[in-house]
Design a protein around this ligand. Structure first.
Ligand code: HEM
Length: 158
């Protein structure tokens, strides 16, 4: 991570900043609340606190402020929330696919480079969450919050 060349905008800036990331997370959890495979994780619906915390996580991952690390417990806190959830492959896939649809709902930039970076992170994060959520898993419990970049397809600057 952190392989982007200097001068590229962060994914957070490209998305449209904190408000755009929050719109993504709201669109995502609005779908989750009505989803047959995912709603059961949130029996009382997805509350404001959860939405705000996950939005803070995403802002930090995409290159914005580090408030999840500074104020919300950082990687170990996120890790703890997934412990024992026993996420199935079908639930993981639905979670990842729903995030792509939510990016459309929220009107995020739809250039292929930005969307490839986003789904790359979601694929990575959901696979880790699935593995770490299995009973008896012995994963890495502490690590920095990842800082995701554009990877091999930075914004087109013809
Ligand atoms: C890219 C993948 C993921 C990210 C970035 C992510 C992010 C987070 C974060 C930051 C929290 C903690 C919020 C807080 O601090 O209060 C959390 C909690 C939670 N996540 Fe995830 N998550 C991911 C994947 C998943 C998947 C695949 C599932 C289930 C299918 C899931 C289900 C949950 C649940 C149920 C909680 C709340 C647990 C509780 O409050 O006890 N997450 N997630």
């Amino acid at each position: 991570m952190g392989v982007d060349e200097p001068g590229l905008p962060t994914l957070h800036a490209w998305a449209g900043g904190d408000a755009a990331v929050r719109a993504l997370i709201d669109a995502f959890y609005d779908r989750v609340e009505g989803d047959a495979l995912l709603a059961g994780f949130f029996p009382s619906g997805v509350d404001e606190r959860h939405r705000a915390h996950v939005a803070a996580w995403w802002c930090e991952v995409l290159g914005g402020a580090t408030s999840y690390t500074d104020d919300l417990g950082g990687y170990p806190a996120m890790f703890d929330h997934h412990r024992g959830l026993a996420i199935t492959p079908e639930q993981r896939h639905r979670f990842a696919a729903t995030m792509s649809l939510a990016a459309d709902d929220a009107g995020l930039p739809d250039d292929p480079e930005f969307r490839a970076a986003i789904v790359g992170y979601v694929e990575w994060g959901t696979r880790l969450a699935q593995q770490n959520s299995q009973p008896g898993a012995t994963p890495v419990e502490d690590a920095p919050v990842p800082r995701w970049g554009w990877g091999v397809a930075p914004p087109w600057r013809g």
